[in-house]
Design a binder for this molecule. Sequence first.
Ligand SMILES: [Zn+2]
Length: 692
Amino acid sequence: MRERGLNRREFLQAGAAAGTAAALVAGTPGIWAQTGERTTPAVTATWANKTMRWAQLTLTEDDPATFDARFWLDYFQRTKSDGACLSGGGCVAYYPTEVPFHHRSQWLGSRDVLGELVTGCRNMNMAVLIRTDPHATYEDAKAAHPEWIAVTADGQPRRHWASPEMWVTCALGPYNFEFMTAVHKELAQKYRPDGIFMNRWDGSGDCYCESCRTNFRKATGLELPRTRDPQDAGRRAFLEWRRKRLIEVLDLWNGEIRAINPVSSIVPNNGSGAQSPLDSVETSRRAPMLAADRQARHGLEAPWLVGKSAKEFRATMGDKPVAGLFGIGLEEPYRWKDSVTSSAEIRIWALDAIANDMRPWFSKFSGTLRDERWLAGVEDMYVWAQKNEAYLAGRKPMARVGLVYSQQTAWYVPGSKAEDAALGWYQALVESRIPFEMVHDRLLDPARLAAYRTLILPNIVALSDAQCAQLRAFVERGGNVVATGETSLSDEWGARRKNFGLAELFGVDWTGKIEPKMQNSYIRLEHEAVPKSPMFAGLEDAQRVVNGVSRVDVKPRASFAETPFTLIPSYPDLPMEKVYPRVAKTDISCLYLRQAGGRVAYFPFDIDRTFWEVLSEDHLKMMRNALLWAHNEPRVVEVEGPGLLDVTAWRNTHAITVHLVNLTNPMALKGPYRGFFPVGPHSVKVTLPQGV
Ligand SMILES: [Zn+2]
């Protein structure tokens, strides 16, 4: 498309049959140089940057006896995969290792299965990561090195929960620091991989072994905590110490393998998002790429959750590539690790990952194929991705809205339900077709925020004074904020403040009261007082709507120009004869709107969390109206037409790419897609950046 030099007004639609449609605008090469990039591209290892499609084969111990390596190498080629992740060692070694107690596959014989696969992939010019998994070991290792084994709270060595002949290892002691270091050095020397992909490297829950006890005491002077309450000083110190210790071991491994191959890297497999126990900012700093291991829905989940994962990884990785690690089976507590799910489900999951700028990475457990149904679908998608590589590579988001998430809120205020509030906004933004990014609350410096015009703070309870100052400065620079609930009511450790850290921004003070569970409460729309308020878009004929559930009682610092929504307090919901409002009207506002440099909209209740729970359209409209009022600029992309679409917009040196992922499906919010439902036509309007 680039070669034919399309006029930038020409829109092309591609891949609609695959469940996604891309509207592409070709531009002049290098045009973005004139418009100012968002951030300077990070220096990344070439292999990490250039690899666009990953293939992962996780071998089982008996595979060396039965699997057909040629089949897999051929499949890597057919799928145009340019990177491979291959099983190396840790739990089972697939090569003739010399490291003591490094368990060789019982079926290995004299073969070097890893070596065969590495050579095959290198011959096809593929990047190679070697996978290790250190989380479990064997009886002989335990007998010789009892200090390698994790210990339970009652002092017993911990057996593996699924393979009882094995033992769970301690991630924070000599097993990782010494044994796995030796394994990684051996792998780096023998095979010179581009990186080592570490699975389950960060431990399997709390450990009470001797080295954990001693090291924790040495670092903090404290004994290992016996409580899981994050407000307990000992527990808090432990969480901090564990995070630091895991970063130490990453640094150790990186140092050792980079001494052998300077461009190689440990690629730790870890979660992202508010709920991740690891410090995402620190892990992201240490890797030239990461793989987002969000293989499929857990239970019943919307397919846009994989896009959320992409946005969370990008929040801490910046311009560095993120691979979307997807599985082909069901992800359930019953662990059908060898299963294959419907082609439509695999497809929608992987396509939403691609549309959110993750590089596809399929993950197959077991080299012995027992169900081949997935092969053609994945191949089809990979071929499509390769064909469209020019539009998928080296791009930056055009989104101007940032949804903030907070690991410290999840760590230290676990009851906050901030994740549900974020999910509510996510759903609302997808339904509203507003492209957006996620923003880590510890990365709020002006350079990082320069790309955003509006930040959403969904019940971000724990914010430090410094973070509050950064947010105030953002608004002083003209940035806009939409906040909800208990945002900034605690400091970074989750300790309650007397008032909002952002009281000045919201223009209200906390009275000290929170109404935790409003039953049968409503919101009155003040049409007479504020006629034609933009808050009423789509609600012109509504006199009142349902309220949220939890309300923060506040006192305005000054009078607000407009109060579009007021509280109708809870009244009995039974017996039915008693269900009538005791108070028809109050002057208690449910939305505070003010200008303070930029615009600030504050909902003093859990509208977003309630929306995620109840999915009331009225809440959706109120959230969207407040956001659009605050944002106050033409949308980056406007999509007209039917259906539920995940809309994302990108630019690279020669193109603007808009993805419309067609989520329209009776299973959309639960995820088990059986097929696709074409929707359209759609019109797509793009606001081009200045100078284009
Ligand atoms: Zn331990």
